[in-house]
Write a protein that binds this ligand. Sequence first.
Ligand SMILES: [Zn+2]
Length: 386
Amino acid sequence: MVKKIRNVIITLILVALAIFFIFVPTSIDKSMNKVTSVYDGGNLALYNTLPFVADLHCDMLLWDRDFFKEHHYGHVDLPRMKKANMAFQVFTVVSKTPRGINIEQNDDDTDQIALLSFAQLRPPTSWFSIKSRALHQCRQLHQFAEASNGDFRVITSQNELRQFISDRKENFILSAGMLGLEGAHCLEGDINNLQTFYDAGVRYIGLAHFFDNEWAGSAHGMKKGGLTDLGKKLVTKMEEMNIIIDLAHSSPQTIDEVFALTSKPVIISHTGVKGMCDNQRNLSDKHLEEIGRRKGLVGIGLWSTAVCGSDATATAKSIRYVADKIGVDKVALGSDFDGALTTHFDVTGLTLIMEALIAEGFSVDETELIMGGNVRNFLLKNLPVN
Ligand SMILES: [Zn+2]
């Protein structure tokens, strides 16, 4: 009898664990990456003539989603990228987020990604080490490329990008990804880890995410300070290594200090602008203008905190603002797809952005630049040559 009860209890525990590990990660993904409306077509003929649709920021690697299967939830997978005529997506690595995340003020005491990594049964090292979980995500993108039969590749240099552009002219089904980090905290305070992440394929790094770290103050941190001494060394070394500096989420002081210390173009991979949507998350005119002077790139987002609206028109209006202030050659898409947020549409709805841009008065040629040409041109200049 005792044995029977024990067996029933063990079976119940195993079933509960199986349910937890099989269903919980997917249900978190579904509940956090929502789409509010079903895409209903649009001017596909014109959109499909775009040679290089590109986006600067997507957090898909955080979720356990089969890259090769089309999903009815979340924002990006390879079949949907192909449907969306998407040539190039930056896949960004999110490695630590605080509980109760908000744009005003967060400390670094809690670590939601540790729990997620456990629920996803990612390698045990990634439950405890931020660096290890970030490198795991980097490896995943390379594994996607290896398993794609040549349909998808990871870009790490100007030459690879040039080759990709030329190959895609012959075969428009091809698409590519690049790796970026969202927050330098995953270097775990050791500047030597810059080389480790470079070797893993990372080509841009956002200095801070939602909390202040060893390197830089965040716009949403407790103190919102600038670069630390270590952070100054980091940005200098990043410039030397041709790793692009991403100032998304950085505090205003961090942005000022990066400008004082560096001379190369920088990006804001996913943002809105205060001139259209005034909150702590978004970029001031002063910083926007300096990015313009440096021939940098500003990726405009699709979610409501970025553009104070939730449809393609809101994004197009912020893009118009940036283009008028610093030039149409310096603005791009920074969707933040799969960044634990709700968007109006998934990647297959990007055609709606093109239509909204045309409604904002952009020419088809200008639209080509905004929808990806600017990302292509920027990376052809600013990635390492080889
Ligand atoms: Zn972000």
